[in-house]
Ligand binder design. Structure first.
Ligand code: PLP
Length: 502
């Protein structure tokens, strides 16, 4: 299978190269020439497979230049019970006849990013070895909170790699921050950037676009790559869990093969929901993809009007991993909305970077709205959703998943649609213990502002154990203290790699 950029078709790149590069040199994102489709027979066969076997099967369709034995090794190294606390890795939990929660947070950092970032380092190392690459890889990450930690855990002490994470200094939750600044490993750097996620992401994009900086890093024996969801290698493992969740519904008799389902995804960078869209293209009978945003509802407006406008107030919310106004993966969907016309995509992306907005045509908007439905929840509604879900089902949601739950309710009320639905749960409630407790007990009852201290309290109130990766955080030493401005990010990188003249 060959890949090209969303901004031009002159490139024809095999998958190992795509994984190594992360983003295309023309500023676009890599996509395959064709999304493979699974036949009914193949899907039936996959129903009886383990999670590992399902992952290998899907990977082998996209990563055609990887030997199958390599893929098997990668998948077993990534998904195992030393790293994941649930042997099903991505279990589906039934809340009622219509509603199922896909839990994606049983990995080492308690958020869904582990599903991809435990696997990506192995795919990358394999690609380096199989292509006799001499240089190592510097993995640059801009994070809204969860990607950074997941990349650090995935790449720590992996030979031939070095990870540099930039996070918004005031834009992540207390636990997310402590997870990152206490990170161990000989090949990791963690840096706070003043501003919000978009500042950190723009700074990283500027580094990728700086050819002379790239050449200096190459002279030190490294090439640059990305672990953000703009890297195609992040998306494939995510496609897998949608297919797998649907197969699980078939297996347990909760759904029939030809029965349409809805999927609700709490969304920020548009990576996770895009993976669901690709799962649909591959053969999962998804009726609607429901895009749930917090008060940073740029995607809600886009899906409802066709105007993407990032010139708006930025809100710091209690679902910080979705505090994003530039959803990078939208570019891949735009390519489909434009009927694979990359000139159109290029113009829209130029307008976004010059003016901060673009508007798609009616044709594209109709296509968009035939696949997606969008809504949002503010912080008050998010807290209410945590509370009402706990009251109704005894099931605890983190604030991101609660945004999804609110939008699910809104969708059902407004449309009357009653398809069976998979709600994607993107983080453990313990990762946001303070807000979850405030939702359950009221803010008056929760005066302690230290989320770490509140882990025990949440454990008692909900009668659930603290996930092991969070339980020992309070004893860890702070190792990373650097804070910088967006304008200093290149300089910081130059210092880390002792580059001259940058
Ligand atoms: C990253 C993240 C999201 C948003 O996912 P995207 O792929 O960026 O849309 C939602 N919830 C949590 C907990 C996350 O970490």
């Amino acid at each position: 299978m060959l890949y090209h950029s969303t901004r031009g078709k002159d490139l024809q790149i095999p998958s190992m190269e795509v994984i190594k590069q992360g983003t295309a040199p023309d500023g676009g994102l890599y996509i395959p020439y064709k999304i493979p489709e699974l036949s009914v027979v193949e899907l039936k066969e996959m129903k009886g497979m383990t999670y590992h076997e399902r992952v290998v099967r899907i990977l082998s369709l996209f990563l055609t230049d990887y030997p199958e034995e390599d893929l098997i090794d990668c998948v077993h190294a990534a998904y195992n019970t030393n790293k994941f606390t649930n042997p099903e890795f991505a279990p589906v939990v039934k809340l009622d006849e219509n509603l199922f929660v896909l839990e994606l947070w049983h990995g080492p950092t308690c958020a869904f990013k582990d599903m991809a970032l435990q696997l990506l380092p192995h795919m990358l190392i394999t690609a380096l070895e199989r292509t006799d690459e001499e240089s190592g890889v510097v993995v640059l990450v801009a994070t809204s909170g969860d990607t950074g930690k997941a990349a650090l855990e995935g790449f720590k002490d992996v030979p031939g790699t070095h990870v540099v994470v930039f996070y918004p200094n005031q834009g992540v939750s207390a636990i997310q921050k402590i997870q990152m600044i206490t990170q161990e490993g000989s090949n990791v750097d963690v840096i706070a950037v003043e501003g919000n996620f978009d500042s950190a992401q723009s700074g990283v994009k500027a580094i990728f676009a700086d050819e002379s900086l790239k050449r200096s890093i190459e002279r030190k024996g490294y090439r640059l790559s990305s672990a953000n969801s703009i890297n195609w290698g992040r998306l494939i493992p995510q496609v897998v869990y949608y297919i797998s969740a649907w197969l699980d519904l078939l297996k347990t008799g909760e759904a029939e093969e030809d029965q349409l389902i809805d999927v609700v995804v709490p969304t920020g960078n548009f990576g996770n929901i895009l993976a669901a869209y690709y799962a649909k293209k591959m053969g999962v009978p998804i009726h609607r993809l429901i895009c749930a945003s917090n008060s940073n509802n740029v995607l809600t407006d886009f899906i409802n009007t066709g105007l993407y406008n990032r010139n708006r107030k930025f809100y710091k919310t209690i679902s910080p991993s979705m505090d994003i106004l530039i959803s990078s993966n939208m570019e891949r969907l735009l390519f489909d909305l434009a009927d694979r016309d990359f000139e159109k995509v290029r113009v829209w992306m130029e307008e976004l970077s010059l003016n901060g907005y673009y508007a798609i045509d009616d044709y594209g908007l109709n296509k968009l709205r035939s696949e997606f439905w969008a809504g949002y929840a503010d912080d008050v509604q998010t807290l209410q959703a945590i509370r009402s879900t706990y009251d109704a089902y005894g099931y605890l949601l983190d604030p991101h998943t609660a945004v999804g739950m609110h939008v699910y309710d809104q969708y059902r009320r407004q449309t009357g649609d009653d398809h069976k639905t998979i709600l994607v749960s993107t983080a453990s409630p313990f990762k946001f213990a303070g807000d979850v407790l405030r939702a359950l007990l009221g803010s008056v009852a929760v005066t302690d502002t230290d989320d770490i201290g509140l882990l025990d309290k949440l454990s008692r109130v909900a009668n659930m154990p603290i996930p092991p990766p969070l339980a020992n955080l309070k004893d860890k030493r702070v190792r990373h203290k650097t804070v910088c401005q967006q304008s200093q990010m290149k300089k910081i990188l130059a210092d880390i790699f002792q580059l001259n003249g940058v």
